[in-house]
Each structure stands twice: as structure tokens, then as C-alpha cells.
Design a protein around this ligand. Sequence first.
Ligand code: MEV
Length: 312
Amino acid sequence: KSIGSGYASGKIILMGEHSVVYGEPAIAFPFSGTGIQATIQANDLESWIESSFFHGPLSKAPNTMRNVTVLLWYLVKHFKIPEPFYLKIDSSIPAERGMGSSAAVAVAITRAVFDWMEEAATQEKVLHFVNQAEAVAHGNPSGIDATTISGTEPILYQKGIGFRPFQLNMDAFLVVADTGVKGQTRKAVKDIAKLMEMRPYETNKQMRSLGKLTAQAQQAILKNRPQILGDCMNQAQGLLRLLGTSNSHLDHLIQTALENQALGAKLTGGGRGGCMIALAENETSGRRLQRILLDAGARNTWIEGLGVYAHV
Ligand code: MEV
């Protein structure tokens, strides 16, 4: 095959970021509002990366792309890929905003290479490579980003145990808003690890509370009770703030959403910037929230009907 191509969407964590690193359950889904397309083909002189972030020879890729270079190293070794190659990456996922851009770039590239080598890219095989890249990008990833993005459905995920598909089917709409400020997942995860060392009793308790809120949210979704899900989101945000993962940009958009009829609102993903999510009762109030959040300074917003998974 002369050219290989692969696509991956972004992801949204509805409940359970950070506590998922400590073994608590989390709910996440692939987010079709954003995505990454990768294509790979032979090149003449040297292996080359073409992306909005960096374009140039693979050998000169910056350290911040180590997740990609490490992944390519594994893929070259495994597939004996003919070098040099030309890799093009097109992304509509804002980088470092809690939407899983690092896992998505790894999934898209891995799928492109599998396609090029004409091997079926099962989720298990893709994950094998992507997890190596994520370990480099994140330090101590729970694996939720890679698992969500390499799949096709919402999941309930627990580190070390695995995942199961989860029907995220409820009469409500989720609004996603990007603060426009880069999040710092790696740093936030590290700082929580420090809290865990310094104040193990209190921090563990907060993690367990977050886990309980995820379980309550799961029940609320099963029973189609958006109001209760909204409450769970608000309580989770309170705990995430105590853990130091929110910041003023997130707090401002979350507050704005709550003042404008959101049933609940919280950060999503690593935090310290990045994206927030707000639960809206119906599409009209969701669209209204989108406009209000944009006026309040959000860089971009998206809306997703939670009922869309009903017939998947
Ligand atoms: C990042 O999308 C989610 C975190 O829980 C980190 C992880 O699970 O690896 C913050």
C-alpha cells in the first residue's frame, strides 16, 4: 500500500479524572467534535514530520514530541517500516486542553501505520503501542485516555481492571468549553502525587469521595436523572478544586455556566486550564450556554446530545 491513514477522535472525561489514577472508576467517551488524521507514506531523503506544531526532519523533532518519536521508534521496530517516511498530522483537537490530544495523536499514527502495513488495527494491538507513548507524555497515566480514544463507545474505566462499554444515554446535553489556556496534566498529576505523600489520609479520602461520586453519576445516568448527574458534577468539581486542579479560568466559566441554568459544571481532563463541561437540560439551553460561555471568554465550545448513543 502506498499510503496509510488513520483517524482518532478526542475524548471527554465526564467523571473521575485524577481519582482514576488512584484506582477509582471513571466515565469517559470518545468525543467526535474534534479529531486527528494521520497519513504516512515513503519519502525520498529523510523521515519527515508535517504538523501544525512542528514540521521538519524526524531527527530534529523537539523534546515535547517525545511521545511521538518514541511511538514511531516502537512501530518502526515492530513493523520494520521502510524508512525514510513522511508522516502528516492534521489535528482539530486543541493541544493540552484535557481532550486527550496526546493519546489521540498516538492512536491516529498507530492506525495509519497499521493501515500502511495492511494489518488489522484491533483495539488491543493499538493500545499496546499507544500506552508506551502515553507513559512518556504523562509520566503516570491511568490509561483512560488511550483506552477511550482507541475505542468507539462511552466506557466505565478502572485502572488495572479494565473497561466496559457504558450506555451514556440520557435526556440532556453536554456543553464543552475550552478556556483557551493550556492545561498541565503532567504537572497536576505530579502535584497530587505529592499531596498523597504529604497528606495521605485526607487525600485518599478525597479520592474515594470522587470515586463514590462517579458511581452515583453512573446510577443517575442509568435512571435518566440529569439533575442528580449535575449535582455529582458540582461536588466532583469542589473536590477537584481542593486538590488544586482547577484554576481561575476554569472557575470563571464554571461559575458562569451555573449562573445560567447549567445543571452542573466541572473541569474535564487534567485541569489547570484546558476544558470544562456543563450539563444542560435541553438543546436550547445548551446552545444558549455555548453563546454565554463564548461571551465569558471561552475560546471555543461544542455541544453533544447525550441521547445520541441510544441507538449505537
Ligand atoms: C487525563 O485526561 C486524566 C487524568 O486522570 C490523568 C490520567 O488518568 O492519566 C488527569
